[in-house]
Design a protein around this ligand. Structure first.
Ligand SMILES: Nc1ncnc2c1ncn2[C@@H]1O[C@H](COP(=O)(O)OP(=O)(O)OP(=O)(O)O)[C@@H](O)[C@H]1O
Ligand SMILES: [Mg+2]
Length: 309
């Protein structure tokens, strides 16, 4: 049993490749094709693994893409608990256009999950023994799964477990009505939730504070891209600035931030210190190419640099 468990309802095999130039209506030749496991919770567990920690990834898994995903995760040494589903796990496509350095990310909706398959996911959390210290609910919900699904998972989670929620849209809106230890919206997700524009640190702080004042969410870590994060707790707030790094690919930045934060919490750090390590991990993730998450040596070096300012 793992002290940190992640749930991914809509995992993916990320297929990425490079091309000099994307041209419409032409047959395009890609190169440097690679395959990586993906989806919010899967990425968080992978980031934790990269950082030298351990997490159990619970994920839905179906069809030949599901088999491939299982194989990719096994080869990386990530501990998994697979919930079989009838339809194929999705495959997302990421194309790096080398001339422009633009990145095109195509996300697929994912398999439609039956009611029984959804129940099996909830049961897998309920039956974890002992209950995990941290449960990370991360990523989009696939077709057929109702918006209040994460709320139902949280209800089925024991009080001992601290829930970290990182999702968007309607799933996020309904999730904040439940007991959440840490919410990790990015700027856009917080805007959608607050129903107003976030144009300053003060806006981010006030929107996060309003969520906490509703009494269910203990802390909100708003990620602000290259700006770092705004961490708001019941009685405190911290603006943690991201360091300047060479940007290669933003994929996995948010998931690396969550992974680093949860791992540091698990290792006994305070929430502000853990969030600082999370920011270091997020920034380390943007330094790596394509779908690669944060590298441990980059994250630890950046964290030490952040402490010296
Ligand atoms: N350009 C950047 N330079 C330095 N650090 C960055 C940059 N962009 C992102 N980061 C780091 O990654 C963290 C998460 O970024 P962001 O707010 O973009 O998350 P997100 O939108 O949830 O990402 P994702 O697309 O992975 O879900 C930031 O808090 C910061 O630490
Ligand atoms: Mg995100």
């Amino acid at each position: 049993m793992s002290a940190i468990t992640t749930l991914t309802m809509n995992p993916t095999v990320d297929r990425s490749a490079r091309i000099d130039h994307v041209i419409p209506d032409c047959k395009l030749r890609c190169n440097d094709e690679r395959f990586d496991p993906g989806g919010g919770g899967v990425n968080v567990a992978s980031a934790i693994h990269q950082l030298g920690g351990e997490a159990l990834a619970i994920l839905t898994c179906g069809g030949f893409v599901g088999d491939f995903l299982k194989d990719l995760l096994n080869r990386r040494g990530i501990r998994t608990q697979l919930i079989p589903v009838a339809e194929n796990t999705r495959e997302n496509v990421i194309i790096d256009e080398t001339e422009s350095q633009h990145q095109y990310r195509f996300g697929m909706p994912g398999p439609r999950l039956s009611f029984d398959e959804q129940q099996a996911c909830i049961q897998s959390i309920e039956q974890l023994s002992p209950a995990p210290d941290y449960l990370v609910l991360s990523g989009s919900l696939p077709p057929g799964v109702p918006d209040d699904f994460y709320g139902r998972v949280i209800e089925a989670t024991g009080e001992k477990t601290r829930v970290i929620l990182d999702t968007g849209g309607a799933a996020l809106r309904s999730g904040v009505d439940q007991s959440v230890f840490l919410l990790k919206p990015n700027q856009r997700e917080l805007e959608e939730l607050a129903g107003s524009e976030i144009t300053s640190d003060l806006d981010a702080r006030d929107a996060a504070r309003k969520l906490i004042d509703r009494g269910k969410v203990k802390a909100v870590m708003v990620s602000l891209g290259r700006g770092g994060v705004m961490l708001v707790t019941e009685d405190d707030e911290h603006r943690i600035v991201a360091p300047t790094v060479k940007i290669r690919s933003k994929i996995g930045a948010g998931d690396s931030t969550v992974g680093g934060t949860v791992l540091a919490l698990h290792r006994g750090q305070s929430l502000p210190d853990a969030a600082r390590f999370g920011v270091a991990c997020g920034s380390a993730a943007v330094m790596t190419d394509g779908t690669e998450l944060c590298r441990r040596e980059d994250a630890e070096r950046i964290y030490q640099e952040m402490l010296s300012f």
